[in-house]
Write a protein that binds this ligand. Structure first.
Ligand code: ZN
Length: 260
């Protein structure tokens, strides 16, 4: 029996074909680099899916066999089909974990699940990012020192228009002075969601050992704990846990949908 955590690494895979710098940093694509990093963890088996595949590689069958989905997108958020977004949202609510990376803050799925604009401030100046651990006891920070640094990154700054996270695991400081809530957890339905900031496409960020460690930790943290298929069943009086007599002006018959 294969008890490994099944991860699907979704990559937009557009910049890699348009920008020489991105192709140099990620000859096989950012998604492959992330999947390779995850596959170094013996408890994880990661595969990839990309925008250009039928149904963006996220068919019902693929998602059914996905415990945790990671998401990187930037310039083609608008090309992601709404039907696929609906499908991913449904799986998250059932219990599938979701790790949203960097510019995925503006993806349809992240905005849908969080319900806010998810806007932020930004600057591309190749500056240093220092990522501070806010809770050393959190499983997503396991194996990470007080902080780690990325020599060159894009700056993301506050205000970050997200709902208040369940927990902020990392806080970033940038050389230019801004700070940003760069590692934040949420829960929607039964699904655990983690947003992790680093990963601008022109820098080799996903080769960074601590970045890889955080993503491995996050995937394990987001593993489903159970599956719940959301529905809205009517419970007729004769099926109530205690014996009652149905009464009142609007009686629904067994099996008939009630008012919602
Ligand atoms: Zn970026």
């Amino acid at each position: 029996m294969n008890s490994k955590l099944r991860v699907t690494v979704w990559g937009e895979n557009v910049h890699e074909h348009k920008n020489k710098l991105v192709a140099q940093a990620y000859p096989k694509g950012m998604h492959t680099c992330i999947a390779d990093a995850l596959n170094k963890d013996a408890s994880i088996v990661a595969r990839t899916a990309t925008l250009d595949q039928p149904e963006h590689g996220l068919t019902e069958a693929v998602l059914e066999k996905t415990d945790v989905l990671t998401w990187w997108g930037h310039c083609a958020h608008g090309q992601v089909q709404d039907a696929v977004v609906d499908r991913v949202q449904k799986r998250v609510l059932e219990g599938m974990g979701l790790i949203v990376l960097h510019s995925g803050h503006y993806s349809k799925i992240f905005k849908r699940l969080l319900g806010t604009t998810c806007s932020l401030t930004w600057r591309e100046a190749g500056e240093k990012e220092r990522i501070w651990v806010c809770n050393p006891g959190h499983p997503i920070a396991a194996g990470i020192d007080k902080y780690f640094e990325i020599e060159q990154e894009e700056m993301y700054g506050e205000p970050f228009a997200i709902p208040n996270p369940d927990e902020i695991v990392f806080l970033s400081w940038f050389q230019g002075g801004e700070v940003f809530r760069s590692g934040a957890t949420f829960k929607r339905g039964n699904g655990k969601i983690f947003y992790f900031r680093p990963g601008h496409e022109v820098y080799p960020t996903y080769h960074h050992p601590q970045v890889q460690r955080v993503i491995q930790n996050a995937v394990r943290w987001a593993a489903p704990e159970g599956k719940w298929i959301d529905s809205c069943p009517n419970v007729p009086a004769d099926k109530a846990p205690e014996k009652i007599t149905a009464r009142g002006p609007t009686l629904h018959k067994a099996g008939e949908a009630g008012l919602r």
